[in-house]
Design a protein around this ligand. Structure first.
Ligand code: FAD
Length: 278
């Protein structure tokens, strides 16, 4: 059972709970990106299992009218075991998505996985264009990767980057990452036909995306995490912006919840208050 304190960030332990959450979001005009919690598997078993769970979820979503899609992590589908296993499992997930007409996002993990993730994504998006890949502004290589993706079908999700990366390949200063994000957003709006997702809670970047949409006409959507700026998610949707909430679910919620709480003082205070008030 997920304790009430963690329910702000995690949609539940089961697919049924995740789909209930998606329904509530849809009622407020917000789409759902469902992510089964799990990463860094060192054996084939759990990677195959998560791929199967996603296939079942896609079949269940396909039988509904929910505005909901999925987002998968490469190491959840077996990348730490080997690139071949990741490619195989991603292919199986994408087969199910194609059968049930659902969109698939691929998350991006640390820089050691970027090439393998781009390569596997490229193979799949050529088969099934209803896909998108996350790229990170903190990596110096990313402008080249935006250009590579722009030549393919599919969408890009731009984020600032959640992983600590070596200073010789990444920007480590926050102001520099923000500047890189602004530049990449403009590059993406300029070069992408498929659509751009702004994976950020930052009001400045969201406003900039609105301006770039006016300037270039490129379709875009704002994506934010469950439990973070939820009022803003609903307000943007009410203003006519396409908004998707990334909502994790599953039994492996503890480390995800811990990361959310530790990344921001307000979240830590929220957790402390919940514990103190019982
Ligand atoms: C949908 C989604 C998918 C993601 N996928 C990936 C991925 O695949 N790979 C990856 O490396 N990273 C991913 N990330 C994480 C991302 O890289 C950042 O680490 C994370 O989003 C924090 O950066 P930020 O742009 O939201 O803004 P920050 O720079 O953290 O914050 C900027 C401003 O946003 C507002 N803000 C931010 N957080 C809060 C809050 N909790 N409450 C209130 N206001 C807040 C504040 O005004 C703050 O000053 C994803 C993020 C999202 C939203």
């Amino acid at each position: 059972m997920i304790p009430p304190i963690a329910r702000r960030f995690v949609a539940g332990e089961t697919a049924a709970a995740a789909m209930d959450h998606a329904r509530q979001l849809n009622d407020d005009g917000v789409g759902a990106i469902l992510n089964l919690l799990g990463e860094h598997y060192e054996a084939r078993g759990p990677a195959d299992e998560d791929a199967d769970t996603y296939r079942d979820l896609l079949a269940e979503l396909g039988a509904t009218d929910l505005d909901a899609c999925i987002s998968v992590k490469p190491s959840q589908l077996g990348l730490d075991v080997g690139e071949a296993l990741f490619r195989e499992n991603l292919g199986r997930v994408v087969d199910a998505a194609a059968e049930h007409d659902r969109f698939v996002w691929v998350d991006m993990e640390d820089h050691t996985t970027t090439d393998a993730t781009l390569d596997a994504f490229e193979t799949q998006v050529r088969r099934y264009p209803e896909m998108g890949l996350c790229l990170q502004a903190n990596l110096e290589r990313t402008p080249g990767d935006v250009e590579r993706l722009a030549d393919l079908p599919g969408k890009v999700r731009l984020v600032k980057g959640a992983y600590e990366e070596p200073a010789d390949i990444a920007y480590t200063d926050k102001a520099r990452v923000d500047a890189a994000y602004r530049d990449l957003l403009e590059l993406a709006f300029e070069t992408f036909d498929g659509g751009v997702a702004v994976g950020s809670h930052d009001p400045e970047m969201i406003a900039l995306a609105g301006d770039l949409h006016e300037a270039y006409g490129t379709d875009y959507e704002v994506q934010m995490l469950m439990g973070v700026r939820e009022d803003a998610q609903r307000e943007l949707a009410a203003d006519g912006v396409t908004v998707y909430q990334y909502a994790p679910y599953g039994t492996r919620w503890l480390s995800y919840f811990y990361r959310r709480v530790m990344e921001r003082k307000e979240n830590a205070l929220f957790a402390l208050r919940a514990v103190v008030s019982g």
